[in-house]
Design a protein around this ligand. Structure first.
Ligand SMILES: [Zn+2]
Length: 547
């Protein structure tokens, strides 16, 4: 047993209903002994007092239930998204606000690259802001026809490539692969939608985005997390090859690693039985900062990329229905196999048809092999209506809603993808809570920035980028949103006994804030400065923002 350390704060918001507020918290061996007054903490025994946070607010460390460790690694490649972004070191990257801007940025970088064959990868591309223009080989061939050029869309589901990549991947007029987009003359446009098509390109060039994970990405991911108060985060589409598994193990073994990491195995990499065996084997290495056990299922695509699967009446602008990453019957078999084996499923569904198909699959799995506390979670679940949420509540399915979407693409959803009525119920946090569905909210970083207070602000205010309030009835309170980014998210990860609140026995993980998210005006929640975090009783300071 090490000496007791007592942290003093202006206010501690515990999220523990039995003892909601405190001024002091006692920590020993990285775990919480108790929270309360200093006199109460003295009852645990001799202590050292840390009063350096006496003017700050402590909350439970934020829990990001849907993000990707590549949030740390993508910054090794140029960013061509629409909005300005900050990288893990606090540097600002300016947004690319037109197609010509994107081509200019990439041409400038290409000119500075000395090795002629190295692929140029860029990320964050967001053409829905460009009035319906789609990128094609025409634009990327202006960057280079000799070097492979690949631009990943912000949603992660679509990839644009130049003619060099088409040639290397063997994609021609005769290619008949789901998701390889062609123009009216039958020529591939260079836009590759969803996994089968994207992987044709990645096979030829490598995949720096959603393939193997490396030490550097995991190190930077923890910095990103510290900057925004996050102490536990998922890596929700993880490759479980030996190299990636040892990177997870080695980085999290360091005592100063400032993040508890929860990689979710990509279930599409292997057959069901092999995948289940791989996951069970990985779990043997679990420790305080590394928790294997989740698995990820991909179903449909992205709504703003028009690859999400929608129920009637489909896309508001008449675009054809989206794409499945695996036939629905096969997805149902996958759910059955992993559910039966006792695994914890995190299932990507964007469109309401995808959500319904996966609710059907879980219902069938529960009927065949009842599990009272499976906590399978629909990730994004953006278009679920009240009837789907009611079914989810009955079946014990959690929702991790993509609240950031309301700000980033809410205007486009109302005008282009969903139309005015359905857009109001996108990421319907209030309905989910009203119908009794366990709720978390997320960023899907690097799709949108990792920043739980911003995500909470989105759920509380539902303000779009243009300043409209999208679906005011679906706004939730600040305390409901704070719950969703702490204990609510912890519940969906089956970690609520260890994290998500400040109470005896849990890890001593706190977000250290300059203002009180429950007392400040609700439109200011996103602007609360974050000092940093405390993870297992060790303080980590955020990097200052530059520019
Ligand atoms: Zn994701």
């Amino acid at each position: 047993m090490t000496k007791i350390l007592v942290f003093q704060a202006k206010k501690i918001i515990t999220m523990n209903a039995s003892n909601p507020y405190a001024t002091h918290v006692a920590v020993q061996d990285g775990r919480i002994l108790g929270a309360g007054t200093l006199d109460e903490m003295a009852m645990y025994g001799a202590y050292d007092l840390n009063d350096s946070f006496a003017d700050k607010i402590l909350t439970p460390g934020f829990v990001e239930g849907h993000a990707h460790a590549m949030e740390g690694g993508v910054w090794d490649h140029p960013y061509v998204g629409y909005m300005d972004r900050y990288d893990p070191e606090g540097n600002r990257w300016k947004g690319a606000t037109s197609m010509a801007d994107v081509v200019d940025i990439l041409s400038g970088i290409e000119a500075g690259m000395d090795t002629p064959d190295t692929p140029l990868f860029a990320w964050g591309f967001d053409p829905i802001y460009f009035g319906g223009d789609r990128m094609s080989v025409r634009e990327l061939d202006q960057v280079s026809t000799a070097r492979p050029v690949l631009v990943l869309h912000s949603n992660g589901h679509l990839l644009n490539v130049n003619s060099k990549v088409l040639e290397m991947a063997g994609i021609t007029d005769d290619t008949n692969v789901y998701g390889v987009l062609k123009d009216d003359a039958g020529k591939p446009t260079g836009e590759l939608m969803e996994m089968a098509a994207k992987y044709m390109a990645y096979k030829a060039t490598g995949n720096p985005f959603f393939g193997k994970i490396h030490h550097h990405a995991l190190e930077q991911y923890a910095k990103s997390a510290t900057n925004v108060g996050t102490t536990t985060a998922t890596d929700l589409f993880a490759t479980f090859d030996e190299g990636s598994l040892s990177a997870y193990r080695e980085v999290t073994a360091r005592d100063d690693y400032a993040l508890r990491l929860m990689p979710a195995m990509n279930t599409l990499d292997e057959g069901f039985e092999d995948g289940i065996a791989t996951l069970k084997a990985a779990q043997k290495d679990n420790h305080d900062r590394l928790h294997f056990g989740l698995c990820k299922v991909m179903t449909d695509g992205s709504i703003q990329g028009f690859t999400g699967r929608l129920k009637w009446p489909g896309y508001h602008n008449g675009a054809p229905n989206g794409l499945w990453n695996m036939p629905p019957e096969q997805l149902a078999e996958l759910v059955m196999a992993y559910h039966k084996a006792g695994m914890h499923l995190h299932i990507h569904t964007n469109g309401d048809e995808a959500s319904e198909v996966m609710i059907d699959a879980i219902e069938a799995a529960q009927t065949a092999h009842y599990r009272p506390d499976h906590r399978h979670t629909l990730q994004h679940c953006q278009m679920a209506d009240a009837s789907l949420f009611r079914r989810m509540a009955k079946l014990g399915i959690c929702a991790n809603l993509f609240a950031n979407h309301v700000y980033y693409w809410g205007d486009q959803h109302a005008a282009i993808t969903m139309g005015p009525d359905r857009a109001r119920r996108m990421d319907a946090c209030a309905t989910a809570l009203r119908e009794g569905v366990p709720l978390a909210i997320h960023s899907d970083a690097p799709v949108t920035p990792l920043a739980p207070l911003f995500t909470a602000w989105c759920a509380v205010n539902r303000i779009t980028a243009s300043g409209n309030i999208l679906g005011p009835e679906e706004r939730i309170s600040a305390s409901e949103a704070l719950y969703a980014i702490t204990l609510g998210a912890a519940y969906t990860l089956h970690m609520d006994h260890l994290i998500g609140s400040i109470e005896t026995g849990k890890y001593a993980d706190f977000a250290v804030l300059e203002n009180d998210p429950l007392e400040c005006p609700v439109d200011a929640i996103k602007d609360i400065p974050v000092w940093g975090t405390i993870v297992g009783g060790i303080a980590h300071q955020a990097r200052a923002r530059k520019g």
